[in-house]
Design a protein around this ligand. Sequence first.
Ligand code: SF4
Ligand code: ZN
Ligand code: ZN
Length: 300
Amino acid sequence: MKCSRCENEAVIYYSQGRRALCTEHLEEYLLRKVNRAIRRFRMLEGGERVLVAVSGGKDSLLLWHLLKRLGYTVEGLHINLGLGEYSELSEKISRGFSKQHGYDLTVVSVEGDYGINIIRSSRKLRRPPCSVCGTVKRYILNKAAVESRSVLATGHNLDDEAATLMGNILSWDVEQLRRASPALPATHPRLAKRIKPLIYVTEKESATYCLSTGIEYVLPECPHSVGARLSAVKDALARIEDRSPGTLLNFVDTYYRRVRDILGLSGEAREVALAECPSCGYLTSSSGPCAFCRLKGSFS
Ligand code: SF4
Ligand code: ZN
Ligand code: ZN
């Protein structure tokens, strides 16, 4: 099949609008989508620098590439989580991509730089690995963004965002809904602004672009990935989208542009009840040391 915009072979087909795009026009379309998200939610203003959380997965590599193409000052940060072969492969792929494109990348090792072993901590504290891992990633990414005076960008795509929103609606987790936003402002000097510029880009578009341009990305799932409920919601939404294209975009876009205001859930309650950690100075919701300092402490 030919691209609807030129004579090249199409790599993606949209049943809605009966359009097909070649790699070049898919990239142009993705750049427009990212640009629209950035402007609509005021993600980046006045020459702000960006720090992209690079996991080595397709979405983070695509985000890094599109922000560079749009002319932003961008640096990548990869965290080696110390999760065996999966982490080694993720670091190798992130480094390879950075080298191939000449993009700046910093690599932080959870074990080497902070002395934390996620799996041992999880067993010792009787917390699921993903809960410990989430604490570690949030802390390191926020700290790196604050220290480099950058906005932190993550590669959540439309399918991820729709599944998270729907999951929170199904369980009426009002606090999570209140915290959710495509752009969370920096409400404290030690809290970085966070943005999700791929919020209008679908999983299919992200995977198609990476495959058609030969971007190598991490395919295996993390061995600790268990998100059964979220995957079930994601699968159900994918089936709905298949039968009724455009549903996910309308769901996410309308929620953030209109519905959350109507419901009074406009994502600005982030700093409520947060105090400075007496040990590192970063914010915490507990009265003593923050969760990250407690993790470090559990090994001393
Ligand atoms: Fe971390 Fe869990 Fe994600 Fe693995 S699946 S990278 S342990 S949060
Ligand atoms: Zn084309
Ligand atoms: Zn701390």
